[in-house]
Design a protein around this ligand. Structure first.
Ligand code: MN
Length: 286
C-alpha cells in the first residue's frame, strides 16, 4: 500500500499515477487530550485504519491525478528524526578528501559517531520544498532511504527489527556545511524532506538491495545501492533503540552515499528509489 498526505492533511491511497481520497478513514482515529502521546496517530493506528482505507478505495470511482496534488510529508508528527552520519564507505572517502565537507575535522565512520537527531520541525513534503537560509555557506543535498517506525519498541534485536518498520519513503537530509554540530546544520526549517508518499513495509519488501539516485537539474549527482550501507536498516534500528525508545512515526534517515553537492535557489532535485518512486523537490531562497 502507498499512502500520501495531500492538499492540507487529506489522506490518499496511491494507485499508480492516481490517488483515491480515503480521508474519511481518519475520522475513526482516537481523539487525544493532554498530554499527547509521542508519535504519529496515523501510524500508531494503522492496523485498524488499513481495512477502512481498502474499503473506501474499493467503494469509490473518483480518482485524482498524483501529479496534480500538493504532497505533504506522509508523516505528520514524528517524535524524532533519527539520522545516520557517514554510513556509506565511499562517502567517508569523499568527505576526507573535500575540505568543503570536513572543515578540517578527521572523518570517521558511523560506529565512531553514533546517530544524531534532526529537529522534527524541519520536516516537509514535496509541495513545500527546500528553503535555503541566507548564509554564506555551502548547502548540500543528501538523498537517503528512510524507514518509518510502526510500533513502540526499546532494545529491539536485529532479527526482529524489520517487523518494527511501518514503511519506507525517500528522504532528503539537507545540510549546511560548516564546523557546527550536525543537529544545528541539518535542522533548519525544510531541511528534512520526506516523500513522495509512504510505501508500506509489506509492499516494499527487503530494503537491503535498493538502487537509488538523485539528479540536480537533470544531472546525476548521487547513485548507489542500499546494499552498500555500513549499518543496514535492521542494525540502525537495533542501534538506535539501544539508546532510546522508538515510537510509531519515528523517522530513520539511513545515511547518504558519495556524490553530495551544493544546491542553489531555482534548482530542482529529482530523487528516485527503486520500488518507491520519484519525487521532485524545488529549492528556493529565503
Ligand atoms: Mn545524511
Amino acid at each position: 500500500m502507498r499512502l500520501c498526505r495531500f492538499d492540507r492533511d487529506r489522506l490518499g491511497l496511491v494507485l499508480g499515477d492516481e490517488v483515491v481520497d480515503v480521508s474519511a478513514a481518519l475520522e475513526t482515529l482516537p481523539s487525544y487530550r493532554w498530554p499527547l502521546p509521542y508519535g504519529d496517530p496515523l501510524i500508531a493506528n494503522f492496523a485498524s485504519l488499513r481495512p477502512k482505507i481498502e474499503a473506501l478505495a474499493a467503494a469509490s470511482n473518483a480518482r485524482l491525478q498524483l501529479s496534480q496534488l500538493a504532497l505533504d510529508s506522509p508523516i505528520a508528527n514524528p517524535s524524532k528524526i533519527i539520522a545516520a552520519p557517514v554510513n556509506y564507505a565511499k562517502h567517508i572517502a569523499e568527505s576526507r578528501a573535500d575540505a568543503g565537507i570536513n572543515f578540517g575535522s578527521d572523518v570517521k565512520s558511523i560506529d565512531h559517531y553514533g546517530l544524531f537527531l534532526k529537529s522534527s520541525t524541519a520536516l516537509v513534503g514535496v509541495a513545500e520544498g527546500v528553503r535555503l537560509p541566507s548564509l554564506d555557506r555551502r548547502m548540500d543535498h543528501e538523498i537517503e532511504l528512510v524507514a518509518v517506525i510502526g510500533k513502540e519498541g526499546f532494545r529491539i534485536p536485529r532479527d526482529a527489527a524489520l517487523s518494527y518498520v511501518a514503511g519506507y519513503a525517500i528522504g532528503l537530509d539537507m545540510t549546511v556545511r560548516g564546523p557546527e554540530d550536525r543537529s544545528w546544520r541539518k535542522s533548519f526549517d525544510t531541511f528534512a524532506v520526506l516523500g513522495p508518499y509512504l510505501v508500506t513495509a509489506d509492499e516494499l519488501g527487503d530494503p537491503s538491495h535498493l538502487d537509488f539516485s538523485i539528479k540536480v537539474n537533470g544531472a546525476v549527482r548521487q547513485q548507489a545501492n542500499t546494499s552498500d550501507l555500513i549499518f543496514d536498516v535492521p542494525k540502525l534500528i537495533e542501534y538506535a533503540s539501544a539508546a532510546y525508545r522508538l515510537y510509531p512515526g519515528d523517522i530513520i534517515m539511513t545515511g547518504t552515499p558519495e556524490g553530495v553537492g551544493p544546491v542553489a535557489p531555482g534548482d530542482e532535485m529529482e530523487c528516485w528509489i527503486d520500488r518507491i518512486g520519484t519525487m521532485r523537490v524545488k529549492v528556493r531562497g529565503d
